[in-house]
Design a protein around this ligand. Structure first.
Ligand SMILES: [Zn+2]
Length: 165
């Protein structure tokens, strides 16, 4: 007989509380790593991160969850997440409690995040430090238009032109 050993259920493990930070929920299954990369978070950047992948979700089929301790997200971070995970919700945790729960939404306009697919666009000129900007024409599927050269990009073109720093 083993005393003092308590099995941690999968559920408990998933909801392990963080004292302060951010929980990104309802990321489409398998997209968590792309979200982290787009947020500029890697093994080298040092944040304490918990990732759960491919959890059954009644809302979106399979979902990923990311918990980042001691980090809060900017408006631009919200935009980045919205483009990859439009149904994500961002939970802000303080003193182990959720103090804010906010869904992301794809903005009407955004800058950076995606590179214009047109090689002759001014935002792709090496010596012109101009960041890209786009107008969102349609949210589902995502369709965006470059604010400089008017090139329209569909969702798959957008997703292969994400800017990872
Ligand atoms: Zn362009």
């Amino acid at each position: 007989m083993i005393h003092g050993l308590r099995l941690v259920s999968e559920k408990q493990l998933r909801v392990r509380k963080i004292t302060q930070g951010t929980v990104i929920d309802h990321i489409p299954g398998g997209k968590a790593l792309t979200v982290l990369k787009l947020l500029g978070i890697s093994a080298q950047t040092g944040e304490c991160i918990t990732i759960a992948m491919n959890i059954p979700s009644s809302k979106i089929g399979k979902k990923d969850i990311i918990k980042i301790e001691n980090m809060f997200l900017s408006g631009q971070d919200f935009n980045k997440i919205a483009l990859i995970a439009p149904r994500a919700t961002i939970n802000k945790i303080q003193d182990t409690r959720i103090v804010q729960k906010e869904p992301v939404s794809i903005p009407d306009n955004f800058s950076g995040i995606i590179r214009c697919i047109n090689p002759t666009c001014i935002t792709n000129k090496e010596n012109e430090p101009i960041s890209s900007k786009f107008q969102v024409l349609q949210r589902k599927p995502l369709t965006i238009k470059c604010g400089y050269c008017d090139r329209v990009m569909d969702e798959s073109e957008s997703m292969v032109n994400l800017i990872f720093r």
